[in-house]
Design a protein around this ligand. Structure first.
Ligand code: AP5
Length: 217
C-alpha cells in the first residue's frame, strides 16, 4: 500500500503518519527527515539541500525525486509518504516511477488547517534528535518537560527552520507550489480524502482512519 499525506507545514503530517504506520504496518518516509539525515551525515545531497531548507524554500525537484523513489523501492512499495510530493512535477514523476513498477498510490490524504493554527503548532514543536519523536509544548507534552519519553536521557530540541521568519517562507512555498498537488491528484482521478486537521490529534486520527477504512470496504 502507498499512501500520500499532504498538508501545510505543521498540519500534523508526521504526527498522523506515526499512527498510520502502526495500524497499517507501513514504512514512514518523510522527505524532510531524510534530508535532515543527509545534512547530519554531511553528504553532497545534504550540503546542496541546506541553503534551501534554512530559508524555508523547497529543495529543487531533481534533488528530491531520485532520493524518494529509491526510498519507496527500499520500503518494498509499502509506505506512507510525508512531505513528498510537494510540487506537481514531483507528483507526475512519482506516478511515472510507480507505473513502471506496476504500482500506484492507494490514497492521498489532504490535511487541511488554517495558517494561524499551523504557525502556533510549529513554534511550539519540540522533537527528539535521537528517535525523531515529536512533541508540543502545549498540546503534546512529554512526561518530563524538555526530555524525550522514549530516549530518557535525550533533550528535546527545536528545529532551526521553526523560527517565525522561516515558517512564513515555508507557508508561502506551500501556497505557491504545494497546494496545487491536491488538484493534480484530483485531475488524475486518484482517491483523495480531504480531512479537517484543526481539531485535537486523536480526532484527526479518527477522521483519517475512518477514511482509510473505506479503502478496504
Ligand atoms: P518537512 O520536514 O517536510 O517539514 P513540513 O512539511 O514543513 O512539515 P512539518 O514537519 O513542519 O510539519 P508536520 O505536518 O509533519 O507537523 P507535525 O506532525 O510535526 O520539510 C522541511 C524542509 O525540507 C522544507 O521546508 C523543504 O526545504 C525541504 N523539503 C522536504 N520535502 C521536500 C520536497 N518533497 N520537495 C522539496 N523540498 C522538500 O506537527 C507539528 C506540531 O504540531 C507538533 O508539535 C505536533 O505535536 C503538533 N500537532 C500535530 N497535530 C496536532 C493537532 N491535531 N493538534 C494540536 N497540535 C498538533
Amino acid at each position: 500500500m502507498i499512501l500520500v499525506l499532504l498538508g501545510p507545514p505543521g498540519a500534523g503530517k508526521g504526527t498522523q503518519c506515526k499512527r498510520i504506520i502502526d495500524k497499517y504496518k507501513l514504512r514512514h518516509l518523510s522527505s524532510g527527515d531524510i534530508l535532515r539525515s543527509e545534512r547530519a551525515a554531511g553528504t553532497e545531497l545534504g550540503k546542496k539541500a541546506q541553503q534551501y531548507m534554512d530559508s524555508g524554500a523547497l529543495v529543487p525537484d531533481e534533488l528530491i525525486i531520485e532520493m524518494m523513489v529509491a526510498a519507496i523501492a527500499d520500503a518494498g512499495w509499502n509506505c506512507v509518504l510525508d512531505g513528498f510530493p510537494r510540487t506537481t512535477v514531483q507528483a507526475a514523476r512519482l506516478d511515472d516511477a510507480l507505473k513502471s513498477q506496476g504500482k500506484k498510490i492507494d490514497a492521498v490524504i489532504d490535511l487541511q488547517v488554517d495558517d494561524k493554527i499551523v504557525a502556533t503548532r510549529i513554534t511550539g514543536r519540540r522533537s527528539c534528535p535521537k528517535c525523531g519523536a515529536v512533541y508540543h509544548i502545549e498540546t503534546l507534552k512529554p512526561k518530563r518537560q524538555g526530555w524525550c519519553d522514549n530516549c530518557i536521557d535525550t533533550k528535546l530540541v527545536q528545529r532551526d527552520d521553526d523560527k517565525p521568519e522561516v515558517v512564513a517562507n515555508r507557508l508561502g512555498a506551500y501556497h505557491k507550489q504545494t497546494a496545487a498537488v491536491v488538484g493534480y491528484y484530483k485531475s488524475v482521478k486518484a482517491t483523495v480524502f480531504d480531512v479537517r486537521a484543526d481539531g485535537a490529534v486523536d480526532d484527526v486520527t479518527r477522521a483519517v482512519f475512518n477514511k482509510l477504512a473505506s479503502l478496504a470496504a
